[in-house]
Each structure stands twice: as structure tokens, then as C-alpha cells.
Design a protein around this ligand. Sequence first.
Ligand code: ATP
Ligand code: MG
Length: 459
Amino acid sequence: MFSFSYKNRIAFNYILSTGLLISVVFFVIYQIIDFSVNTHINDDIQMEVEKHLEEIEIDRNNTYLIQVDQWRAREHNTVNVNPVFVQFFDINDKLIDKSPNLKGLQLKLYVYKLDNKFIDTYLNNKPIRQIQVPLFDNKKVVGHLFVAMSLDDATMILTNLRNTLFIAFPLILIVLFLIARLIAGRSIKPVTMITETSSRITKDNLKDRIELPHNKDELYVLSKTINDLLDRIESAVEREKQFTSDASHELRTPLTVLKGTLEVLIRKPRSQSEYEEKINYSISEVNRLNNLVDQLLLLARFENQKQSLKIEKVYLNALILDTLTLYSEKINNEKINIKYSFSTDYFIKSDNYLVSIIISNIISNAIKYSYENGEISILLSKENNKTICSISDNGIGIAKDDLDKIFNPFYRSNPTNHPEIKGSGLGLSIVKRITQLLHIGFEIHSEINQGTTVILRIS
Ligand code: ATP
Ligand code: MG
């Protein structure tokens, strides 16, 4: 199908409306001129009629006399641009007299019905307008006065005007179309630029941006919106790449360790205790791998937003105590002092499983990053209809610069400073996603070497 470019469409729509307007204006102009030319001729004829009627006298024998001398004299004295033809008929429709400019010709008498009416006709093939006025004597028609004027000039003026308008109309439209096209082309130039840049930006070229126009108009907003969108896509692609490379690295590390351990083990026969030690070590690595895969699957599930929530009454006190029991061995080994005091029972409406993942990750971090003989305090309270859960430790703390990075998958703050603490750096990114999903407020305050406080605001 023939497709009209945007530029041509704007120009076309423009001339469609302008063309309509021009044709109306032209029509009105033509009508006004036509009307004034015609009334002018009619007035002239009427005036002539009145003048000539004055020159007629009717005697008793129903014949009438023309003041010929008077007439001829006036004919001489008046300057007539448009020749006036005058003619008289008697009672028997016989010619009495006529103006000399008629030469051998005569004006035609029409049916009496047309008396006193303007009749457009031809005289010697030239257009004329004539009027036949009945002459009365005692209400009896005794003859006719004819006055006619040539329509040559009027017809010529009107024909010329009509032709000029007809030729001017398409010419004006063509010129207007070209001008409108040029202006439209200029105004949509930024759009063309946006299209070109956008098509240049492919997956590998996400760095390119659309140049912002100087005027802060709609096109500026469009360009800015596309640039913002590209920013978001670029960072999402970047995050995705980072995640994939981190995930494969994290998965490969325990596998390499496992493979190495088993290869060393098979090289020569070992003692029972040596086998047990290496196999236990391998089991712990497999567990780590298992854990990692679980966490990755959990993250992937939130990424696809397929997680359907199961909202129910969650007994927060019990959930925290259960988690503490789960980590009791580690707590005892590290001789960590857990302080918790729940004045009442705290119930919330949420997804039990997801809230348990949040609590478990935060408590596990508090334990992991505490020093020996450290202290963890867990507080539950109510504030403005919200249940506040605060978990604080006096452990290694987090550097200020890292506070906004620890939610990124695989990010671990200064892992070389504490190589003995193992982790994949996925815990807090999972917690962050779940809190967003459950609309739970989530804050971390930390001071390096002082400790960390995590606050959850559950509505
Ligand atoms: P895992 O995925 O096994 O939980 P992880 O604990 O290292 O691994 P996150 O829970 O996401 O990962 O925490 C990210 C980083 O934030 C940690 O590596 C640690 O540096 C820092 N961090 C988190 N909680 C604390 C805390 N309570 N005290 C000190 N640092 C912490
Ligand atoms: Mg953790």
C-alpha cells in the first residue's frame, strides 16, 4: 500500500483545511463582485428607463410623442461608458424610434409577462441585459419602452475573475503544500534523528544516547524518556551479565575444591581417618553448593515474579525463637549472648515462609559477623500500627561505602579482611526482594567495628 510520509501527511492535512478555506473565500469574493457588477448594470438600466419615461408624452389618441430633440441633445451631452440601447414600440408593437447605436438592429419584444423584468439576451451575438417597460394611458398599454445595456464588460470582468481564481487556486495549494512540507520536514527533523539513533542502538551498542534538543518541548521529553529507558535497560543488562558471571564463578569454586579433594584422595591409599576427614570436607562443600543452588533458585523465582503469596497470621515471637534454635550450635560455639524480650505476642499478616527466610538471613548474618562472646539483641515493638523488629549485633560492622552495595547479589563487604567467614553474598539481596514483595520496610544501620542494626517495619 502506498504510504504517506509523516511530513507529507502534515502538509496534506494543512492544505486540505487551507484549501477549503481558500475556496470559501474565493467563492465569496466572486459572489460579491458578481452581485455588485449586476446591481450596477441594473441600476444604470433603471436610471435610463426613468429618464426616458420623462421624455414621453401621451396624447388623447393613445399615441405618444417622444421629445426627440430633448433626447438627442441629452444623448450628445452625456458621457456613457457603456452604450445604452433605447427603443420605442407603439400600441401595435411597431417601431417608433430607436437610438442610433442600434443601427440596423432591433431589440426583441418578449411576452408581456416579462414586462419590467431584466432579461439577459443577445444582440447580434453580444450579451445584453434589457428591460421592456409598458407605456400606459388610462391603465391601457399603448406601447413599450426598451432599454438595454451591453453585458460585454461585465461578462469579461467576471469571466476573467473566475479564470484567475480557478488558476490561482491550485497554484496557491501547490505552493502552500511545498511550504508546509518544508516546515513540517524541519519540525520533525528531531524525530528522524531520534529514529536513526534508536535504530543504531543495538544490544551491543547500549552506550549510545539520543542528543537532547535545545528546546524543552515534547520532543525533548520523548528523547529524555528514551534515554532514561536506555539507562535502565543498560544497567539491567549489566546486572544480568554480572549476576551470570558471579553465579557461574560461585558454582565453580566448590566444584573445583571437591574435584581437587577427590583427586588427591584417589592418588594413593589413605588411612581411615584421612578418608573420613576428606569425605566430611567434601560433604560440607556439597552442602555449600546445595545451599547456593537453593538461594539462586529462590532469587530466580522472585526475578520472574511468579511467587504467589500465601498471606496468613504469622506469630513473629515463635518464628524468631525457631530460627535461634536452628543456629543454637553456632551461638553456643561462639559463646554469643542473645538478648531478647517480648513483652507481648506479636502477630503479623504475611507469608510465613517468606518472613522466615528474612528473619533467618538477618539472624544468620548477625551470628556470622559477631566476634566471640559478642551480643545480639532482638527487639519487637509496635509503632503507628506497624510491628517493628530490630536485630542488632556488636560485630565487625559494615563500611559506610558498602552500605548500599550489600544488597547486590554476590556482593560481600571486605571478604579478605575476614576470610574465615564463608558466604555467597546472596542473603541480603534475597531479603531485599522479599521485603519489596511483602511491602516491609527494611533498613540497615552499621558502624565499622561497632556493630550492625537491621530494622524491619511490618504493617
Ligand atoms: P550468604 O548469601 O550466605 O548470606 P553473605 O552473608 O556474605 O552470604 P549477605 O547476607 O547478602 O551475604 O550479606 C552481604 C554482606 O554484607 C556480607 O558479606 C557482609 O560483608 C555484610 N553484612 C551483612 N550483615 C552483616 C552484619 N550483621 N555485620 C557485618 N556485616 C554484615
Ligand atoms: Mg548472609
